[in-house]
Design a protein around this ligand. Structure first.
Ligand SMILES: *Cc1c(COP(=O)(O)O)cnc(C)c1O
Length: 466
C-alpha cells in the first residue's frame, strides 16, 4: 500500500512514513493510492469475529509493508483491552418514537469516554512501535476542541520516544474534558490553553507544520484527525456495526455527528472498501458549513458560534479535503487551487460534478440548540437513556431526513457524563458518572496559558522538544 498527497506535490510514501509525517510536505493530506477491497466472504465472517480480529483483518492492508501482521494484531488486542465494554463498540436499539429501525453505535467505552479513543489507543501504540524501530523520538503537537486532547494524552502518556504538546481553546472545553487533560501527571505531557477558538488552535498547529525547517528540527508529528492512521482505525466499527445489524448484502445508513469530518470520512472509506452503505448523513450543530455546502454547492466560512456540542464547533473540516480529492477524480491541481481560494476568500464553489457525487453518497442536516435539548429530554423520558449533546445532534438529524427503509446506525460519540451540565439541564437528572470521571475532581491541574500567537507557541514547543 502506498500513500499520495491530496495536493500532488509530496513524495509517495508507505504507512510508517505517513504515520509519522501527519500532514504532507505540500500542505495536503495523505490518502491511499488505491482502497483495499473486502470480499462478501470477509463481510460474512465479521459477524462471528471479535472486534480486534475484525480490526486486524480490515487494517492489515493499510499498514503493509511497514508493520508485520503479528505486531499489528498484538497492538490492536492491547488497544481494545482498555475498553470497558466486552464488545468494544456495542450497538443498541432506539425506540420507534425516534423512527423505525434506528440504532446507537456506542463508541465511547474507551479510557476517556469519547469515540476518539477508538483510533488514538491504537495510534499511540503504532507511534511507539515505529519510533523504536527507527530509533528516534518525536514531539507530537495537536489541537483539540475537547475530546482528541484527552484521548491523545491517555494514548501517549509515558510512551517511549514521545513528547506531546496539546493546544485547546481556553474556556471552550467542558470541565470534565479539561480535567481529563490537565490532571495527567506524566512528564511527557504538556497542555496549553490558547486565547481563541478551536479553529485558531488548529491554524497554529498547521502553521507550525508548514514551517518545514521548524518541523524537521523539532521532529514534529501529528495525531489530529489529519493522521491517516486515525481514519483507517475508524473504518473498523462501520464493518462491525453492519455485521450486527444487517446481512452482508443488505444496505445500511450511518448518521454521524460531524466536526473535522474524520469519523464520517471513515464511513466513506468503508463503502469504497466494499461495505454496502445506503446513505451517509452529515449531522451538524449550528456551525453548519457542511450542511450549507451540501444544499447550495457553496462552502462558505462563517464565525464559529460556541454550542453545547463543542467537538463540532468547527468551520474548516480538515478531512473534507480528502473527500474533495476523491470526488474530483483525484484532481490534485484543481484541489490546490480550490484550497487556496478557500483560504483566501473564505469561500469555495463546488463544481456541479463534484456536488452531484457528494449528494450521491451524503445527506446533511443541522440540529439547533433547542432541538438538541429536546432530543436529549425525549430519549430520556421515552427510554430512560441519556444522550450526550453530540449524539443528540445525530439522533435529531437522522429524524429530519428521509432515509428510506434501510436501518440507520447513529454514531454515539461521547459518554453523557462528559457533558453532565448540558444533559442535566435537558432532563433534570444527572447521568450516572463512571468512577474514573468522578476521581478527576481531586487531582491537581497542569496547563500553560498562551495568546493566539504563533511565535509564543513555537517557543513553547521548542522548550519541550529540547
Ligand atoms: C471529535 C468528535 C466529534 C466529531 O468527529 P469528527 O471526526 O471530527 O467529525 C463528534 N463528537 C464527539 C464527541 C467528538 O469527540
Amino acid at each position: 500500500m502506498r500513500y499520495e498527497s491530496t495536493r500532488g506535490k509530496a513524495p509517495v510514501l508507505e504507512f510508517g512514513d505517513v504515520l509519522l509525517a501527519g500532514l504532507a510536505e505540500d500542505g495536503g493530506l495523505y490518502v491511499p493510492t488505491e482502497f483495499p477491497r473486502l470480499t462478501p466472504a470477509d463481510l460474512r465472517s465479521f459477524a462471528e469475529m471479535s472486534y480486534s480480529d475484525v480490526a486486524t483483518r480490515v487494517l492489515a492492508p493499510f499498514v503493509s509493508p511497514s508493520i508485520e501482521n503479528d505486531d499489528l494484531g498484538a497492538m490492536i488486542e492491547e488497544s481494545y483491552a482498555t475498553f470497558q465494554h466486552p464488545e468494544v463498540v456495542p450497538v443498541r436499539p432506539l425506540t420507534s418514537e425516534i423512527g423505525e429501525d434506528r440504532h446507537l453505535v456506542e463508541l465511547f467505552w474507551g479510557p476517556t469516554f469519547s469515540f476518539k479513543d477508538v483510533a488514538l489507543q491504537l495510534l499511540g501504540r503504532l507511534f511507539e512501535h515505529e519510533l523504536s524501530r527507527r530509533d528516534t523520538t518525536v514531539t507530537i503537537v495537536g489541537a483539540t476542541s475537547g475530546d482528541t486532547g484527552s484521548a491523545a494524552i491517555e494514548a501517549c502518556r509515558d510512551r517511549d520516544g514521545i513528547d506531546l504538546v496539546m493546544l485547546h481553546p481556553r474556556g471552550r472545553v467542558s470541565e470534565v474534558q479539561r480535567r481529563q487533560m490537565t490532571t495527567v501527571a506524566s512528564t511527557n505531557i504538556h497542555n496549553v490553553a490558547i486565547e481563541g477558538t478551536f479553529d485558531d488552535c488548529q491554524d497554529l498547529v498547521k502553521a507550525m507544520f508548514a514551517d518545514l525547517q521548524f518541523r524537521e528540527q523539532h521532529r514534529l508529528a501529528a495525531v489530529n484527525s489529519i493522521n491517516w492512521a486515525r481514519v483507517a482505525a475508524q473504518t473498523v466499527y462501520y464493518f462491525t456495526t453492519a455485521s450486527k445489524l444487517v446481512s452482508p448484502n443488505e444496505r445500511i445508513s450511518f448518521c454521524v455527528p460531524t466536526g473535522n469530518f474524520g469519523n464520517i470520512f471513515a464511513g466513506y472509506i468503508a463503502a469504497q472498501m466494499g461495505l454496502p452503505v445506503h446513505r451517509l448523513v452529515i449531522a451538524s450543530n449550528h456551525n453548519d458549513i457542511l450542511t450549507r455546502a451540501h444544499a447550495s454547492g457553496i462552502m462558505e466560512i462563517q464565525e464559529v458560534e460556541p454550542s453545547t456540542s463543542p467537538a463540532m464547533d468547527i468551520q474548516v473540516s480538515s478531512n473534507f479535503e480528502r473527500l474533495l480529492f476523491d470526488l474530483s477524480g483525484k484532481d490534485a491541481s484543481w484541489l490546490r487551487d480550490a484550497m487556496q481560494e478557500f483560504r483566501s476568500n473564505g469561500s469555495l464553489t463546488l463544481e456541479p460534478p463534484v456536488l452531484e457525487r457528494l449528494r450521491n453518497f451524503f445527506d446533511a442536516g443541522t440540529a439547533t440548540e433547542q432541538e438538541v435539548a429536546k432530543t436529549i429530554a425525549q430519549v430520556h423520558s421515552t427510554q430512560q437513556q441519556f444522550l450526550d449533546p453530540h449524539t443528540a445532534v445525530g439522533v435529531n438529524v437522522a429524524r429530519q431526513i428521509d432515509l428510506g427503509n434501510a436501518p440507520v446506525a447513529i454514531m454515539a460519540t461521547a459518554h453523557p457524563a462528559k457533558f453532565e451540565a448540558v444533559v442535566k439541564e435537558a432532563t433534570g437528572v444527572a447521568p450516572p458518572q463512571p468512577e474514573e470521571i468522578t476521581a478527576l475532581g481531586d487531582k491537581p491541574e497542569r496547563c500553560a496559558d498562551l495568546p493566539n500567537d504563533l511565535t509564543s507557541v513555537m517557543e513553547f514547543v521548542l522548550g519541550v522538544s529540547e
